[in-house]
Design a protein around this ligand. Sequence first.
Ligand code: NAD
Ligand code: UD1
Length: 338
Amino acid sequence: MAVLVTGGAGYIGSHTVIELLASGKEVVILDNFYNSCPKVLERIKALSGKEVAFEECDIRDKAGLDKVFEKYDIDSVIHFAGLKAVGESCQKPMLYYDNNIGGTVTLCQAMADHGCKRIVFSSSATVYGEHNVSPLKETMTAGGTTNPYGTTKFFIEQILTDIEKSDPEWSVCILRYFNPIGAHESGMIGESPNGIPNNLMPYITQVAEGKREFLSVYGNDYDTVDGTGVRDYIHVVDLAKGHLKALDKAYAENGTFIYNLGTGCGYSVLQVVEAFEKASGVKVPYKIVDRRPGDLATCFSDPSKAKEELGWVAEKGIDEMCADSYRWQHNNPNGYED
Ligand code: NAD
Ligand code: UD1
């Protein structure tokens, strides 16, 4: 029996594949390389010492998915495949709705057609919208998302919930990630953004590596410890391990389950810069600029439900997250492009 990992060549997917292989699971990676490249597959092989089945396929391609389900004995899916750039989603909403929502519906149809009814889905803290106050809990009302990317996550959560309601043989685990950063401690796999990074940590690592001159800090007049935005950063390997626990849940029980994956601790932008400088020994010049539209002052999780029900807690702290992010960037200045 194999786990199908859609988007398994991406940042979080590749780290999760490593953990799945280490736990003895059989894995099939499916990706269309929209935001990743084949090189990551070589790295996964070198790191795990295992050959991993790979299928180049788009999750919107029903016939292609059918072939994959016919070829392998797949009894669960971890569904990472999706587009994730907030700004781009505002410019190209149809692309995001088609790829993320259309793709998920097609994937679920293929799963149902082949009797595979267990799915772990990559959602985001963004579904809590602007109206909820941190620490964010799964019992809070989701919605009120502020961009098409966030709305795709919110809608997909609803769609998966409805699918499970219509057929109680399904098991749906929805994981709401907070801010994944860091990389595998080997420095062999990590986040490899195209172009100018949108997110904080890849921007910091590129400044540290001399690829960018300085970090723009988006506002220092928020109601936070030092005026800069506070987030719940989580090491990507901890996040990956959370997927194995969620998979266990999906095998053990049918139903729809929602979990925050975060540490429960918030760090401001300047606290992250300071931790990064300490971990790397490299100075990160920064300038305070205007707030970024759509940003919240503070966003962090209450991760207690995942601890109680999955037995999962994040173990790695901010220093390790920074050290591992830097190692990855330093060993691979151009990501997988070298
Ligand atoms: P990523 O872009 O590195 O990985 C996503 C992968 O999916 C890529 O390899 C891409 O090529 C693939 N893909 C996209 N559309 C596809 C399609 N139609 N068919 C097949 N493959 C397709 O992103 P990531 O950071 O690893 O994120 C994984 C998932 O987690 C995404 O769904 C993302 O929205 C979600 N998420 C990420 C974050 C984050 O900060 N990174 C936070 C919350 C949620
Ligand atoms: C962003 C997305 C969110 C998505 C998440 C993961 C927005 C508004 N939100 O979250 O929907 O789920 O990424 O992909 O884009 N910062 C700087 N300078 C930078 C970059 C960031 O000061 O160059 C600050 C931000 O203002 C924020 C913090 O760093 O306070 C974290 O930003 P980022 O990494 O982009 O994550 P989020 O905004 O939390």
